[in-house]
Design a protein around this ligand. Structure first.
Ligand SMILES: *Cc1c(COP(=O)(O)O)cnc(C)c1O
Length: 570
């Protein structure tokens, strides 16, 4: 029996996210947004923050990646069975889609913390007998299908999610929309009027709008105009009918198209970006809104390699519950930091040998780069000048790459192909592997096992970035363009190194790719490689600073406490 009473006895924060990444065996995430959502929920459980999370079940799973012999990504279906992980709840609710009533059910997953805290997650599902065949597919694919499919998913997530919480007896203290995908929930809240019906729509609407604002918190993640979901009103009318009068909708969500970000901003008392810089960029993109910033984090226990878990346990007990204790990393002897790192490195190299047949040399400085293969992340930047790279790095550098491109992202797939082609050109001079199927499991081996974590996005497109925080936690220094969280975490030569000029851009136009490339090679040649081989003591000092000055702060425990005090309790 699935008893929800323990969860519904007090008002909770409802956290809505299109994707949630908990572990590699629940493939309902594509990248950083989903992993952040999962890490947020885990920290909420650790800290006993009363919370319930809502997402879609995504029956087909985000794809598994194979790389063909000639270097092209192949996508393999990754269907999964929610029944292996969660319980189906008997409650069903209805949402209105294209003149049909669509039944929605929910799977209950429990995130349990060693502290005794627990956060339930509802995975919404429309694959129910009696639903129209088209509607049964709505919760199949993550970011699949066309715009209409996306709108239907957002109806199920936002409106269906709010109704499901209500039907299950949850009392909601705040609705937190993680990105704009869930913002249609505001329309459901607008319709829950408590004012007498004889009031005019206008009076009800303005009273309601204020009431809904009090209930909603919105986090935007996208620093470019094109990244925000937009639906033509014609499509909205066809699929949703008139959830609220269209004139009011146009006022709240944009005159010409329904912009989900604008809708969420208009109806949330508290709005934030995911790093200080991203908060500023968002103010430029959405003038007139008050936009705050809460920098993203990572869940410490999830992302520490087993080697660092046992080291931290010995020297800094309770660090996983209170990651601020990592500030005392200097109490750990240098040799033990180095040994833990060598353990993580050997563990990665064994995995690489098993999966690719390539044997990397554990004594060579190893640079890691893995994240979604989106063009703006410029995965091949370090391969821009192969001859210089070989001059600098022969016998001194090796590379591990990874990352999936979205199935519809052709430039992303070409990027992967280019990296692999370059790797072939480098054969015999510099070792370079591309690890298939970058997911949470691969990430948890890859990131702690390299010596240096590279990140070189086009400024200002990395809203926050989180993989660098995973690296820092494991004593892997960042070598990164000054964008997203690194602007806040970077102290040159102390916590790691920057690439290129200081962050001044508010759009992609002002980028300095040439400067970035030259700076990248110069620092590798003159600072990073010499320090790694000739001054191990200094190198370990930087490893410790990554832990003590980056990881102690850039984690989801600190982030969660900020959401509670700055957003949820306001
Ligand atoms: C952490 C993580 C990401 C996010 O990485 P960024 O560097 O922020 O882009 C993406 N995918 C997986 C599997 C991750 O674990």
């Amino acid at each position: 029996m699935t008893d929800l009473k323990t969860f519904t006895k007090e008002p909770v924060i409802a956290y809505f996210s299109m994707e949630i990444g908990l572990s590699a065996d629940i493939p309902t995430y594509s990248g950083g947004l989903g992993v952040l959502a999962g890490d947020t929920i885990k920290s909420a459980a650790d800290l006993k923050v009363p919370m319930v999370a809502v997402t879609l079940v995504c029956h087909k799973g985000y794809f598994a990646q194979k790389i063909s012999p000639n270097g092209w990504q192949e996508e393999i279906l990754r269907p999964w069975n929610p029944a292996n992980f969660m319980d189906l709840l008997p409650t069903k609710i209805l949402v209105y889609i294209e003149n049909r009533d669509v039944k929605v059910q929910a799977w209950l997953y429990r995130v349990k913390s060693p502290t005794g805290g627990e956060v339930p997650i509802l995975f919404l599902d429309t694959d129910i007998a009696g639903n129209d065949e088209r509607d049964r597919r709505i919760t199949d694919e993550l970011y699949g299908g066309d715009q209409e499919y996306r709108l239907k998913q957002e109806i199920v997530l936002g409106i269906g999610g709010a109704r499901m919480l209500d039907a299950l007896g949850f009392e909601i203290r705040k609705y937190h929309m993680n990105e704009g995908h869930a913002s249609l929930l505001t329309l459901e809240l607008l319709n829950r009027s408590r004012l007498p019906l004889e009031e005019t729509w206008d009076e009800r609407a303005s009273w309601n709008t204020r009431r809904v604002m009090e209930q909603c918190v919105f986090t935007t993640h996208t620093p470019v105009e094109a990244g925000h979901d937009r639906f033509p009103y014609e499509m909205v009318r066809k699929i949703m009918g008139e959830p609220v009068p269209l004139s009011l909708l146009a006022e709240l969500a944009g005159k010409d198209v329904l912009n989900t970000t604008v809708l969420a901003m208009n109806l949330s008392r508290y709005v934030n970006g995911v790093a200080k810089k991203h908060g500023e960029i968002s103010k430029v993109l959405f003038p007139g809104f008050e936009i705050h910033a809460i920098t993203n984090g990572i869940h410490p226990f999830t992302w520490a390699s087993p080697y660092f878990v046992s080291l931290f346990n010995r020297y800094l007990p309770s660090w996983a519950k209170e990651p601020e204790l990592l500030v005392r990393v200097d109490t750990i002897p240098d040799e033990e930091i180095w040994d833990a790192h060598c353990g993580a490195k050997a563990y990665l190299f064994q995995f690489i040998e098993e999966t690719t047949g390539v044997r990397l040399d554990p004594d060579i400085l190893t640079i890691g780069f893995a994240r979604r293969a989106a063009a703006y992340k410029r995965g091949d930047l370090i391969l821009s000048d192969i001859e210089r790279l070989v001059r600098i790095g022969k016998g001194k550098l090796q590379f591990v790459f990874g990352g999936k491109a979205h199935p519809q992202d052709v430039p992303g797939k070409e990027l992967i192909h280019r990296i692999i082609s370059h790797a072939k050109v480098l054969q015999g001079r510099l070792k370079c592997v591309y690890l298939e199927n970058y997911n949470m499991e691969v990430a948890s081996r890859l990131i702690p096992g390299v010596d240096l974590w590279l990140n070189n996005p086009l400024r200002p497109l990395e809203a926050s970035g989180t993989s660098g925080m995973k690296a820092a936690l494991n004593g892997v220094p960042n070598f990164s363009v000054l964008d997203g969280w690194w602007i806040e975490g970077h102290i040159e030569g102390v916590t790691g190194w920057s690439i290129g000029p200081p962050p001044t851009e508010s759009s992609v136009d002002g980028n300095h790719s040439d400067e970035d490339i030259v700076d990248l090679y110069d620092k590798l040649e003159n600072i990073i490689i010499p320090m790694y081989y000739e001054n191990r003591h200094e190198w370990i000092r930087i490893m410790k600073n990554a832990i003590g000055k980056n990881a102690y702060y850039f984690n989801t425990h600190v982030m969660m406490r900020r959401y509670v005090t700055e957003a949820y309790l306001r």
